[in-house]
Design a protein around this ligand. Sequence first.
Ligand code: SF4
Length: 356
Amino acid sequence: MEEAYFAKQLMDWYQKHKRRLPWRHTKNPYLIWLSEVILQQTRVAQGLPYFHKFVQAFPTIYDLAAASEQEVLRLWQGLGYYSRARNLHACAKVIVDQYQGKFPESYSELLKLKGIGVYTAAAIASFSFNETVPVVDGNVYRVLSRVFGVKEDIASGSGQKKFRQLAARLVPKGQADVYNQAIMEFGALQCTPLTPACLLCPLNTMCYAYEHGKQRELPVKVKRLKIKQRFLHYFVIRQNGSLWMRQRVGKDIWSGLFDFYLLESSADKTLENLMENEQIMQFLTQKGVSIEVSKVYKHQLTHQQLFIIFYIIDIAETCLAGTLIAEQQLKMFTKEEVKNLPKPILINNFLYEEIF
Ligand code: SF4
């Protein structure tokens, strides 16, 4: 049968070609969960050091649950999507408080946990508990669409449903742990987005894309992302070598991380434009204030393109910054303290390039 042949070819391929990765030698759901959440953010090579750092700092789920949010965000720094780190932390607390530190052992129970979606629930349920559920990530979409000629949009609800149904039919009973790893690894190494190694592929005799020369067209993904441009002006207020910073709150990007006094404008503005604000003008034109303007830093997020300028503002002890400080609840930190605060990677890079 086609399904059985497909699964067997993948698993045979996997035994020969799989990479040695730390989370592949364990059934421990905590380690599998950590690795999957980290790998949703980045590729294996970049994710590996994060995995090791997390395991070293929090060897068990009890250690992660007992950590402060600041410690978790600090270790996550550079991975982006900080809400995932906060969800990871919150979920660890729930598992410790409500499940006595033990992960639920089924896909449907795992799905009830905040921050665990269908992908992660399927990964934990199959890799740790060998439940027969399919794991469907970008690699899996690619392999399935090419081999079986599925032309549905993978970003649409109906497309995802169709892929999920097909994926579910293909998982061999009792072998979900190996099979799911195999198909994801196959997509990552063999059936890659731009240069799939079709000539040496064990599935080429049954592959629709190979037969019809459609590798570049599959999978189909209709882009709907609207990218918003934002212009951020940061006042890096420095006094006696210490920096005034604040912790971001609310639903915007980087919540929980530390940044500086921020002015946001709808378009590209200069310092002169910003000084049209009387309060800013009074602050910047005081005696004892000196200003250095950085280059423009560009930073791409999934839905946003950021243009960021840092104004490094040295102020003498006699200067008044009270209104600005109160307005955005800034606090003073020494350089050493700043190094240990969780920060967006762009701000971290700026600090190491221009301040430390
Ligand atoms: S033949 Fe090519 S496109 Fe088809 S599964 Fe193999 S690598 Fe992917």
